[in-house]
Design a protein around this ligand. Sequence first.
Ligand SMILES: [Zn+2]
Length: 261
Amino acid sequence: MDEIEIPEAIRENIELPKKSRLTLSLPLIIGIIFCLGVAGLFSMFVLSPKPKSAPQTVKQPATQPRSPQQETAPQNPQTVSPPQEKTPTKPSKGDLLGHLPYQVAPQESLAPITADNRLKMRSAAASKFKQMQTDARAQGVILVPISAFRTAEAQEQLFFGVKEQRVQDATKRAEVSAPPGYSEHHTGYAIDLGDGNAPATNLETDFANTAAFSWLKENALKYSFELSFPPDNDLGVSYEPWHWRFVGDRDSLETFYKARN
Ligand SMILES: [Zn+2]
Protein backbone atom coordinates (compact mmCIF):
# COMPACT_ATOMS: atom_id res chain seq x y z
CA MET A 1 0.00 0.00 0.00
CA ASP A 2 2.75 2.46 0.95
CA GLU A 3 4.75 1.62 -2.18
CA ILE A 4 1.85 2.68 -4.42
CA GLU A 5 1.47 6.04 -2.70
CA ILE A 6 5.04 7.15 -3.48
CA PRO A 7 4.85 7.01 -7.28
CA GLU A 8 1.61 9.05 -7.06
CA ALA A 9 3.44 11.74 -5.09
CA ILE A 10 6.22 11.83 -7.68
CA ARG A 11 3.72 12.15 -10.54
CA GLU A 12 2.16 15.22 -8.92
CA ASN A 13 5.58 16.83 -8.74
CA ILE A 14 6.25 16.09 -12.41
CA GLU A 15 2.87 17.41 -13.55
CA LEU A 16 3.48 20.85 -12.07
CA PRO A 17 6.47 21.72 -14.34
CA LYS A 18 4.44 20.58 -17.38
CA LYS A 19 1.95 23.43 -16.77
CA SER A 20 4.69 26.09 -16.39
CA ARG A 21 6.46 24.87 -19.59
CA LEU A 22 3.98 26.80 -21.79
CA THR A 23 4.98 30.29 -20.64
CA LEU A 24 8.72 29.89 -19.89
CA SER A 25 11.76 29.42 -22.18
CA LEU A 26 13.23 25.92 -22.75
CA PRO A 27 16.49 26.32 -20.71
CA LEU A 28 14.47 27.73 -17.83
CA ILE A 29 11.95 24.89 -18.11
CA ILE A 30 14.76 22.34 -18.14
CA GLY A 31 16.28 24.11 -15.14
CA ILE A 32 12.99 24.10 -13.31
CA ILE A 33 12.36 20.44 -14.19
CA PHE A 34 15.86 19.59 -12.99
CA CYS A 35 15.33 21.50 -9.74
CA LEU A 36 11.94 19.90 -9.22
CA GLY A 37 13.48 16.55 -10.06
CA VAL A 38 16.10 17.12 -7.37
CA ALA A 39 13.35 18.23 -5.02
CA GLY A 40 11.38 15.13 -5.98
CA LEU A 41 14.37 12.91 -5.26
CA PHE A 42 14.90 14.74 -1.99
CA SER A 43 11.29 14.20 -1.03
CA MET A 44 11.72 10.51 -1.87
CA PHE A 45 14.61 10.33 0.58
CA VAL A 46 12.53 12.18 3.18
CA LEU A 47 9.62 9.82 2.58
CA SER A 48 11.85 6.78 2.27
CA PRO A 49 11.98 5.98 6.04
CA LYS A 50 8.24 5.32 5.90
CA PRO A 51 8.25 2.76 3.07
CA LYS A 52 11.41 1.23 4.54
CA SER A 53 9.78 0.81 7.93
CA ALA A 54 6.64 -0.54 6.30
CA PRO A 55 8.23 -3.77 5.06
CA GLN A 56 9.79 -4.18 8.52
CA THR A 57 6.40 -3.99 10.16
CA VAL A 58 5.18 -6.53 7.64
CA LYS A 59 7.98 -8.87 8.69
CA GLN A 60 7.35 -8.32 12.38
CA PRO A 61 3.81 -9.77 12.44
CA ALA A 62 5.28 -12.91 10.91
CA THR A 63 7.75 -13.25 13.80
CA GLN A 64 5.54 -11.87 16.56
CA PRO A 65 3.20 -14.89 16.82
CA ARG A 66 6.29 -17.08 17.15
CA SER A 67 8.10 -15.02 19.76
CA PRO A 68 5.59 -15.52 22.62
CA GLN A 69 5.83 -19.28 22.15
CA GLN A 70 9.61 -19.34 21.77
CA GLU A 71 10.94 -16.54 23.94
CA THR A 72 14.62 -16.90 23.04
CA ALA A 73 14.96 -17.39 19.28
CA PRO A 74 12.00 -15.92 17.36
CA GLN A 75 13.83 -15.81 14.04
CA ASN A 76 14.49 -19.52 13.82
CA PRO A 77 11.42 -21.17 12.28
CA GLN A 78 12.61 -24.61 13.42
CA THR A 79 12.25 -23.63 17.07
CA VAL A 80 8.51 -23.02 16.56
CA SER A 81 7.62 -26.68 16.40
CA PRO A 82 8.43 -27.84 19.99
CA PRO A 83 5.88 -25.53 21.73
CA GLN A 84 3.22 -26.75 19.30
CA GLU A 85 3.81 -30.29 20.54
CA LYS A 86 2.43 -29.35 23.98
CA THR A 87 -0.14 -31.81 25.26
CA PRO A 88 -1.97 -30.05 28.11
CA THR A 89 -4.20 -33.01 28.97
CA LYS A 90 -1.33 -35.28 30.00
CA PRO A 91 0.28 -35.06 33.45
CA SER A 92 3.68 -33.40 33.79
CA LYS A 93 6.93 -35.15 32.87
CA GLY A 94 7.70 -35.63 36.56
CA ASP A 95 4.96 -38.21 37.08
CA LEU A 96 5.61 -41.85 37.91
CA LEU A 97 2.97 -44.29 36.67
CA GLY A 98 0.43 -41.45 36.73
CA HIS A 99 1.39 -40.16 40.20
CA LEU A 100 3.00 -36.78 40.86
CA PRO A 101 5.91 -36.25 43.28
CA TYR A 102 5.14 -34.69 46.66
CA GLN A 103 7.25 -33.37 49.55
CA VAL A 104 6.80 -35.11 52.89
CA ALA A 105 5.28 -32.66 55.39
CA PRO A 106 7.52 -31.71 58.35
CA GLN A 107 6.40 -33.35 61.62
CA GLU A 108 6.02 -29.96 63.32
CA SER A 109 3.42 -28.87 60.72
CA LEU A 110 1.11 -31.74 61.67
CA ALA A 111 -1.74 -31.94 64.17
CA PRO A 112 -3.70 -35.03 65.31
CA ILE A 113 -7.20 -35.66 63.96
CA THR A 114 -7.93 -38.69 66.14
CA ALA A 115 -8.06 -38.98 69.94
CA ASP A 116 -5.22 -41.54 69.96
CA ASN A 117 -2.96 -39.17 67.93
CA ARG A 118 -2.44 -41.94 65.39
CA LEU A 119 -3.70 -39.99 62.38
CA LYS A 120 -2.38 -36.53 61.58
CA MET A 121 -2.86 -33.76 59.04
CA ARG A 122 -1.39 -30.30 58.53
CA SER A 123 -2.77 -28.03 61.26
CA ALA A 124 -5.05 -26.02 58.94
CA ALA A 125 -6.41 -29.16 57.30
CA ALA A 126 -6.78 -30.93 60.66
CA SER A 127 -8.87 -28.16 62.18
CA LYS A 128 -11.13 -27.92 59.12
CA PHE A 129 -11.56 -31.68 59.02
CA LYS A 130 -12.57 -31.86 62.68
CA GLN A 131 -15.09 -29.08 62.11
CA MET A 132 -16.47 -30.95 59.07
CA GLN A 133 -16.66 -34.21 61.02
CA THR A 134 -18.56 -32.52 63.89
CA ASP A 135 -21.04 -30.86 61.51
CA ALA A 136 -21.61 -34.15 59.64
CA ARG A 137 -22.19 -35.96 62.93
CA ALA A 138 -24.85 -33.40 63.86
CA GLN A 139 -26.66 -34.48 60.70
CA GLY A 140 -26.34 -38.19 61.46
CA VAL A 141 -23.36 -38.84 59.19
CA ILE A 142 -20.27 -40.51 60.68
CA LEU A 143 -17.06 -39.60 58.85
CA VAL A 144 -14.33 -42.04 59.88
CA PRO A 145 -10.73 -41.14 59.08
CA ILE A 146 -8.97 -44.25 57.78
CA SER A 147 -5.65 -42.78 56.69
CA ALA A 148 -4.16 -39.28 56.64
CA PHE A 149 -0.51 -38.18 56.70
CA ARG A 150 1.93 -40.89 55.66
CA THR A 151 5.72 -40.97 55.80
CA ALA A 152 7.71 -42.19 52.79
CA GLU A 153 8.48 -45.37 54.77
CA ALA A 154 4.79 -46.08 55.36
CA GLN A 155 4.07 -45.54 51.67
CA GLU A 156 6.98 -47.82 50.78
CA GLN A 157 5.39 -50.68 52.71
CA LEU A 158 1.96 -49.87 51.31
CA PHE A 159 3.15 -49.85 47.71
CA PHE A 160 5.82 -52.57 47.55
CA GLY A 161 4.69 -54.73 50.48
CA VAL A 162 1.12 -55.04 49.24
CA LYS A 163 2.34 -55.30 45.63
CA GLU A 164 4.28 -58.47 46.51
CA GLN A 165 1.45 -59.74 48.68
CA ARG A 166 -1.03 -59.38 45.84
CA VAL A 167 1.52 -60.38 43.19
CA GLN A 168 0.85 -57.22 41.18
CA ASP A 169 3.11 -55.60 38.60
CA ALA A 170 4.06 -51.96 39.16
CA THR A 171 1.55 -50.54 36.66
CA LYS A 172 -1.33 -52.49 38.17
CA ARG A 173 -0.33 -51.54 41.70
CA ALA A 174 -0.05 -47.86 40.70
CA GLU A 175 -3.67 -47.80 39.61
CA VAL A 176 -4.76 -48.00 43.23
CA SER A 177 -1.69 -46.86 45.20
CA ALA A 178 1.06 -44.29 44.77
CA PRO A 179 4.76 -45.19 44.90
CA PRO A 180 6.69 -43.75 47.89
CA GLY A 181 7.41 -40.05 47.31
CA TYR A 182 4.39 -39.78 45.02
CA SER A 183 1.44 -39.94 47.40
CA GLU A 184 -0.81 -37.00 48.26
CA HIS A 185 -0.78 -38.46 51.77
CA HIS A 186 2.83 -37.25 52.17
CA THR A 187 1.64 -33.65 52.04
CA GLY A 188 -0.49 -33.89 55.18
CA TYR A 189 -3.45 -32.51 53.22
CA ALA A 190 -5.00 -35.79 52.03
CA ILE A 191 -7.36 -38.05 53.96
CA ASP A 192 -9.13 -41.35 53.29
CA LEU A 193 -12.63 -41.37 54.74
CA GLY A 194 -15.07 -44.16 55.58
CA ASP A 195 -18.71 -44.24 56.60
CA GLY A 196 -19.11 -45.29 60.26
CA ASN A 197 -22.45 -46.83 59.34
CA ALA A 198 -21.05 -48.81 56.39
CA PRO A 199 -17.53 -50.02 57.28
CA ALA A 200 -17.71 -52.74 54.59
CA THR A 201 -17.35 -50.03 51.98
CA ASN A 202 -14.03 -48.77 53.42
CA LEU A 203 -11.58 -48.05 50.60
CA GLU A 204 -14.03 -49.55 48.12
CA THR A 205 -15.67 -47.87 45.14
CA ASP A 206 -18.94 -48.77 46.89
CA PHE A 207 -18.21 -45.96 49.32
CA ALA A 208 -19.68 -43.73 46.59
CA ASN A 209 -23.10 -45.20 47.50
CA THR A 210 -22.94 -44.33 51.21
CA ALA A 211 -24.62 -41.50 53.12
CA ALA A 212 -21.16 -40.24 54.07
CA PHE A 213 -20.16 -39.82 50.43
CA SER A 214 -23.44 -38.08 49.58
CA TRP A 215 -22.90 -35.70 52.48
CA LEU A 216 -19.30 -35.01 51.39
CA LYS A 217 -20.37 -34.35 47.83
CA GLU A 218 -22.81 -31.75 49.12
CA ASN A 219 -20.71 -30.20 51.88
CA ALA A 220 -16.96 -30.91 51.60
CA LEU A 221 -16.21 -27.78 49.58
CA LYS A 222 -17.55 -25.65 52.46
CA TYR A 223 -14.51 -26.91 54.39
CA SER A 224 -12.17 -26.69 51.37
CA PHE A 225 -11.99 -30.46 50.84
CA GLU A 226 -12.20 -31.85 47.31
CA LEU A 227 -12.04 -35.25 45.64
CA SER A 228 -8.52 -35.95 44.34
CA PHE A 229 -9.30 -38.74 41.93
CA PRO A 230 -12.74 -38.34 40.40
CA PRO A 231 -13.93 -40.80 37.72
CA ASP A 232 -11.85 -40.61 34.51
CA ASN A 233 -9.28 -38.22 35.97
CA ASP A 234 -6.44 -36.95 33.75
CA LEU A 235 -3.82 -38.84 35.76
CA GLY A 236 -5.39 -42.19 34.96
CA VAL A 237 -5.66 -43.09 38.66
CA SER A 238 -8.66 -45.27 39.59
CA TYR A 239 -11.72 -43.49 40.98
CA GLU A 240 -11.23 -43.08 44.72
CA PRO A 241 -14.43 -41.70 46.28
CA TRP A 242 -12.88 -42.08 49.76
CA HIS A 243 -9.74 -39.98 49.08
CA TRP A 244 -10.15 -36.24 49.75
CA ARG A 245 -7.65 -33.40 49.92
CA PHE A 246 -7.60 -30.03 51.61
CA VAL A 247 -7.07 -27.00 49.34
CA GLY A 248 -8.04 -24.24 51.77
CA ASP A 249 -4.80 -22.27 52.08
CA ARG A 250 -1.99 -21.03 49.87
CA ASP A 251 0.43 -23.86 50.61
CA SER A 252 -2.08 -26.61 49.90
CA LEU A 253 -3.27 -24.84 46.74
CA GLU A 254 0.30 -24.50 45.49
CA THR A 255 1.02 -28.09 46.40
CA PHE A 256 -1.76 -29.41 44.18
CA TYR A 257 -2.24 -26.76 41.53
CA LYS A 258 1.04 -24.99 40.82
CA ALA A 259 2.35 -25.84 37.34
CA ARG A 260 4.81 -28.71 37.43
CA ASN A 261 7.43 -28.85 34.69
ZN1 LIG B 1 -5.79 -41.92 49.93
